[in-house]
Design a protein around this ligand. Structure first.
Ligand SMILES: CC(C)(COP(=O)(O)OP(=O)(O)OC[C@H]1O[C@@H](n2cnc3c(N)ncnc32)[C@H](O)[C@@H]1OP(=O)(O)O)[C@@H](O)C(=O)NCCC(=O)NCCS
Length: 195
């Protein structure tokens, strides 16, 4: 399993390219985050429309973005028990990120996707998620889950487009911008992916 999760050394300077994972889709590459992604991350996370269904409050400062990148740079996406976010790059730009959280046994994972507003509705989230699902299942994942707010129509369409099944409605399960909101829980099994 581990050869699929090729990783390298985390960057420690603003000018360095991140090393680590590089997973290619037809139009995009998913790359380990590095210092070069911090400014664009701060920009799109500061967009109130992008932040609306997420756990952070805008504006999202450059310092916050640098601290976030430092926690995830160069990490193996199946490192047990913690979120690892990969930058989504397309057309030579950093257009969003996709997070993977492997469980302690490395057989189940959670995923989440964010795309900067100018790049939405172009199929890039679909391609990024499909690329990650293919990698996770090829590496032996048994089950992949995702959650979204019950009123996050774009996320619902995305998760259902890639074949994820709505399994549950979770009442008052996420804290967003000062209030508790309901979520849907989605899942996809390896057997369903292969079918
Ligand atoms: C959720 C989110 C990632 C979805 O992004 P998105 O841009 O809607 O998703 P895609 O890039 O896959 O685009 C899908 C749309 O583009 C269309 N599209 C255009 N060109 C396409 C192509 N070449 N391939 C596939 N779809 C294409 C699809 O038909 C689809 O339209 P539809 O929703 O009317 O069916 C985005 O809205 C977002 O970042 N939201 C904020 C963060 C968030 O809430 N994340 C949820 C966490 S799970």
């Amino acid at each position: 399993m581990t050869t699929l999760w090729a990783t390298g050394t985390a960057p420690d300077g603003d000018d360095e390219r991140s090393t680590g994972v590089q997973w290619y889709g037809s139009r995009l590459v998913l790359r380990s985050m590095g210092a070069e992604h911090a400014r664009s991350l701060a920009d799109y996370r500061s967009d109130p429309e992008v932040a609306r269904h997420q756990r952070w409050d805008p504006p999202y400062t450059l310092d916050q973005a640098r601290a976030f990148v430092a926690t995830t740079a160069g990490l193996d996406p199946l490192v047990p028990g913690r979120w690892v976010h990969l930058a989504i790059e397309a057309h030579g730009e950093h257009v969003g990120d996709i997070g993977v959280r492997g469980d302690d046994e490395g057989r189940q994972a959670r995923v989440e996707v964010t795309i900067a507003r100018p790049w939405q509705q172009a199929g890039l989230a679909t391609e990024a998620l499909t690329t990650v699902l293919r990698r996770l299942f090829a590496a032996g994942a048994h089950r992949v889950e995702a959650r979204c707010d019950t009123d996050d129509i774009a996320a619902i369409r995305l998760l259902e487009r890639v074949g994820m099944r709505r399994e549950a409605e979770l009442w008052s399960a996420a804290f967003r911008h000062g209030e508790w909101i309901d979520c849907y829980s989605y899942a996809l099994l390896a057997s369903e992916w292969r079918a």
